[in-house]
Design a protein around this ligand. Structure first.
Ligand SMILES: Cc1cc2nc3c(=O)[nH]c(=O)nc-3n(C[C@H](O)[C@H](O)[C@H](O)COP(=O)(O)OP(=O)(O)OC[C@H]3O[C@@H](n4cnc5c(N)ncnc54)[C@H](O)[C@@H]3O)c2cc1C
Length: 481
């Protein structure tokens, strides 16, 4: 039997259900990746994401080549490409792992129908999450809207099932790539109109495994404190790997739990807190699967203050936020980290999102879009879920009247300003006392710091206390309406 394995957001060989099944059922395997021209040209994603994905594909192609298989790639409209490939290569079956984004569900349904018309068998598998939306439900079978309840049920299910991790299939080395033409090298980012960047986080399955190993050997056991400090290596930075499936959530959770029985100092609360973050990831995946309308707008039509009217003032504030020129160092450091590296620390993502929505009173969806275009881990479910959480419009949302004070957050989580100094270089000479609010420096202090406020670094574009009062007043008016 001849089978195509259609790789999508599962760019690895280990614990890869579609690949494992194809190896068990087929003598000939054709690994295939399709570049979705429509998606890539629509600029839903940006350079960081596209460069990372291409790096992962190179690594995947090399791992397959080491086992005598050639990764085939095509570009165009995915359904058409897969159906044509199956016909041209006389495939008996196509294997893929499921994707839960609304557009992907439509694509996969169309592919399934067209392949069936051609008499090609389709086999699909759960992979991107440990539990799919219908596996963790409320008491009456409803999709869950509260993270804490979801988490409790998720753990019950994990204890009951302990999902296994599959090794690289042995049969892979004896499988043949059927007689399809070997391909020229993978395309460059420029082929799709993107700049070439060296990914800040190394792409590929091997790097993901290395990163996971070093994380579970150390930082995971200090995660509760470490994850909130943007200047240290306190979190795993595995998010782009989970996004492109160079490592599975199953593998990561098993590795985290196994680390509790390894030698050296271990901490169960820290490990469980890290796994909770992976459960947040699954929670947002099931929200998206159950309520696909969240990609169009707020989940709840709650009484949140209206966002600012379109116009030059709105555009000025938005531009300053995007460019990291707000005069709030922790916000600017976060936005510059995002623009330079494609990644941003989670605590800082929350601070910049709160600032955009509640201080600048801009529509959360413009922040969501900007993140999608810049993040190396840009993921519809996680990004939308978190933006809706920050905007207090989501299923399980931040309390409506909670507004982060950027200077207080900065003092608490970056006390010496090490993170700020790394990305807002003009503040390098500013003493720690002033680093969180440099506009409070006297003229003499500015001279000593070699940083003129309003010249080398902007004055705050908005007064936080005033913006907070206005937001709360508007919120009250919404409630009493
Ligand atoms: C406004 C905003 C937008 C975000 N957009 C994205 C996005 O597009 N893609 C994305 O993967 N994450 C997103 N996050 C969640 C989170 O910031 C990142 O997953 C995390 O910073 C990645 O770093 P890490 O791998 O070191 O995480 P770790 O702390 O090591 O956590 C392990 C993994 O758990 C998952 N995770 C952690 N926190 C969350 C969370 N709050 N929600 C969902 N999953 C989580 C990620 O897959 C992460 O890799 C967003 C958060 C906010 C506040």
């Amino acid at each position: 039997m001849r089978g195509i394995v259609w790789f999508r957001r599962d760019l690895r060989l280990t614990d890869q259900p579609a690949l494992t099944a194809a190896c068990e059922e087929c003598e000939e395997i054709i690994p295939l990746f399709v570049f979705d021209e429509g998606l890539l040209r629509s600029r839903v994603f940006g350079s960081a994401c596209v460069n990372f994905m291409l790096g992962c594909l190179e690594d995947l192609a090399a791992s397959l080549a080491a086992r005598g298989l050639t990764l085939q790639w095509r570009r165009g409209e995915p359904v058409e490409e897969v159906v044509t490939a199956a016909r041209e290569w006389k495939a008996d079956a196509v294997y893929w792992n499921r994707d839960y984004e609304p557009a992907a569900l439509l694509r996969d349904r169309a592919a399934q129908l067209k392949l069936a018309e051609q008499g090609v068998r389709v086999r699909t598998f759960k992979d991107h999450v440990v539990f799919e939306a219908d596996e963790v439900r409320g008491v009456t079978g409803e999709p869950m809207q509260r993270y804490s309840a979801y988490r409790a049920r998720w753990w019950t299910r994990w204890q009951a099932m302990k999902p296994a991790v599959w090794p690289i299939p042995r049969a892979l080395t004896s499988a043949k790539t059927s007689p399809v033409k070997a391909l020229c090298p993978l395309p460059s980012p420029a082929a799709f109109g993107y700049d070439h960047l060296t990914p800040w986080i190394e792409p590929g399955e091997r790097s993901a495994r290395k990163r996971l190993r070093s994380f579970v050997e150390g930082p995971i056991h200090r995660y509760v404190d470490g994850r909130n400090q943007p200047s240290i290596n306190g979190s795993s930075k595995l998010s782009p790997h989970f996004r492109f499936g160079t490592i599975s959530a199953r593998t990561a959770i098993h590795a985290a739990l196994d680390s509790l029985t390894a030698g050296g100092p271990v901490s169960r609360p820290d490990v469980l807190t890290w796994i909770d973050e992976l459960i947040w990831r699954e929670f947002f995946q099931q929200v998206l699967a159950a309520f696909p309308r969240v990609v169009e707008g707020p989940f709840r039509t709650v009484s949140v203050p209206p966002s600012r009217e379109p116009g030059p003032e709105r555009d000025r504030l938005y531009r300053a936020w995007c460019d990291g020129q707000t005069g709030y160092p922790i916000v600017d450091a976060g936005m510059r980290q995002l623009n330079e590296t494609g990644w941003m620390h989670n605590r800082v993502r929350m601070i910049v999102a709160s600032f955009l929505i509640k201080d600048l009173r801009l529509d959360w969806q413009c922040g969501e879009r900007y993140f999608m275009q810049r993040l190396v881990d840009a993921d519809v479910a996680a990004n939308n879920g978190n933006w809706q959480w920050c905007a207090s419009t989501g299923t399980d949302a931040m309390r409506g009247y909670r507004i982060f004070n950027p200077a207080l957050q900065s003092r608490k989580f970056d006390p010496d300003g090490a993170y700020i100094r790394e990305y807002v270089r003009e503040l390098d000479g500013v003493a720690s006392k002033w680093i969180h609010e440099p506009h409070l420096m006297t003229t003499d202090e500015q001279i000593r710091a070699r940083c003129g406020i309003g010249r080398d670094y902007p004055s705050p574009i908005i007064d936080h206390q005033q913006a907070r009062r206005e937001y709360l007043d508007l919120a009250k008016q919404q409630v009493t309406r």
